[in-house]
Ligand binder design. Structure first.
Ligand code: HEC
Length: 99
């Protein structure tokens, strides 16, 4: 019989092998996507080309909408580039930096 912590560790290792962004820890996946695609215009706590994460809306529905459909240029729509699950991880990451 495998003990619980070991079973948990094995599950984690297995999960990280097969992880898609939605299966992995959402905040970590979102942070990775954010660094590659958004950090040139958005920082956590200071304004760059776009608003700081801390100054963004705290409403997940609003964040999802802007990321999916875009806003005023140069904030473009990312709904074609990312899946809905990937956008969820970006929203999770932004929200995690707002607390
Ligand atoms: C080329 C620069 C640029 C890039 C790249 C960019 N943004 Fe933006 N973003 C902006 C600007 C500028 C605004 C403000 C637009 C406005 O005034 O409506 C904005 C606005 C937003 C808002 C709305 C905030 C609010 O409170 O209404 C969100 C959310 C956001 N961006 C998320 C992202 C995410 C997530 C990414 C990466 C996938 C990203 N942005 C990539 C420039 C950028």
């Amino acid at each position: 019989m495998i003990n619980q912590p070991l079973k948990y560790a094995i599950t984690l290792v297995a999960a990280s092998f097969f992880a898609t962004p939605a299966m992995a820890n959402d905040t970590d996946a979102g942070a990775t996507l954010f660094k590659k695609n958004c950090s040139m215009c958005h920082a956590v706590d200071k304004k760059k080309t776009g608003p700081a994460l801390k100054d963004m809306s705290q409403d997940p529905a609003r964040l999802t909408d802007v990321i999916t459909n875009g806003s005023k240029p140069p904030m473009k729509a990312f709904g074609k580039k990312f899946s809905a699950e990937e956008i969820d991880t970006l929203v999770a990451y932004i929200r995690s930096e707002q607390k």
